[in-house]
Design a protein around this ligand. Structure first.
Ligand code: FES
Ligand code: FES
Length: 153
């Protein structure tokens, strides 16, 4: 099966029961995609599937055939992601870091479509991403800060 992973076409042998999460981590070495609950509860495994955030532990690998999968690794040079990353660091929104790739991808998806979100919209965008460390306040502040830095489209 073939799909687009971080901008490149890749192929893999289809195993019906293999999740996208395990495919990305085990076959492609993308350990930035975190394995938390493995049950769709924590958001640590968030990736973008055709641009939309999904829990990769809930997607079976054959479902991605012909689709576009983006992990945080594929956005390392993206200006919006760079602003988000810097804002997370400067606002103290990263502690253990386990939730951070998923948080950044959910936040990226929000700011890509909405450059001037309200606090409520930020909360909604990251509601599927659990953070055990920060209490969320600094994360929300970081996303709002990134929105200011990047400015309108
Ligand atoms: S590991 Fe997928 S939602 Fe927790
Ligand atoms: S920074 Fe530790 S889980 Fe969010």
């Amino acid at each position: 099966m073939i799909f687009e992973l971080n901008g490149k076409n890749v192929s893999f042998e289809a195993i019906p029961s293999l999740t996208l999460l395990d495919l990305l981590r085990n076959e492609f070495g993308l350990t930035s995609v975190k394995k938390g609950c493995d049950q769709g509860e924590c958001g640590a495994c968030t990736v973008l599937l055709d641009g939309m955030p999904v829990n990769s532990c809930l997607i079976l690998s054959p479902q991605v055939e012909g689709k576009r999968v983006t992990t945080i690794d594929g956005l390392s040079e993206n200006p919006l992601m760079i602003e988000l990353r810097d804002a997370f660091m400067e606002n103290g929104a990263v502690q253990c870091g386990f939730c951070t790739p998923g948080m950044l991808l959910s936040s990226y998806s929000l700011l890509r479509d909405n450059r001037n979100p309200t606090e409520e919209e930020v909360k909604m965008a990251i509601e599927g991403n659990i953070c055990r460390c920060t209490g969320y306040v600094k994360i929300i502040e970081a996303v709002l800060d990134a929105a200011v830095r990047i400015g309108p489209d």
